[in-house]
Design a protein. Structure first.
Length: 157
């Protein structure tokens, strides 16, 4: 697993790979290539590979004037690559990025139909804040979670 390669979403190939991973894991919120391109202007987005094989993608939504000092971190690991420590490596990288952006609060969101993602978040100290539907007619809720202060005390370090 030492050949994990993570790169910024900054060209057509990485935009396509990020879109593929996102849409596979979150089929209820399918994004077009233009949607992904638009998100790159306001978020830190990366794709992860084992060698040349896509294994996942990440998003760090930075603190803004609207969300105070809150950063949202989202790791998506393709199902066949889960339980290998890749999510932890991506999460630790995103947490470092959030710290560098002066985030005081760290949140994440997980689709309720992704028990692996929910278990991962809870094992890393996140606690549920709320469940909500993104659009009218949706049946699978999103779960918003916040990193507990005891788990995130090192944010100021």
């Amino acid at each position: 697993m030492t050949d994990l390669r993570i790169q910024a979403v900054d060209d057509d190939a990485s935009i396509h790979d990020w879109q593929y991973a996102h849409n596979l894991i979150i089929p209820g919120d399918v994004l077009s290539l233009d949607d992904v391109r638009a998100r790159t202007s306001c978020n830190r987005m990366e794709v992860a590979y084992l060698g040349d094989i896509l294994v996942g993608c990440t998003t760090v939504r930075p603190p803004t004037g609207d969300n105070g000092a809150t950063a949202t971190v989202i790791a998506r690991v393709l199902p066949e690559y889960r339980r290998r420590g890749l999510g932890t490596r991506l999460y630790e990288r995103m947490l470092g990025q959030a710290r560098a952006l002066d985030a005081q609060v760290i949140e994440t969101v997980v689709l309720a139909s992704n028990p692996d993602g929910l278990r991962f978040a809870e094992e890393h100290g996140f606690v549920e804040l709320e469940r909500y539907l993104l659009r009218e007619g949706d049946t699978v809720p999103w779960i918003e979670l916040r990193l507990a202060r005891s788990a995130g005390q090192d944010l100021a370090q």
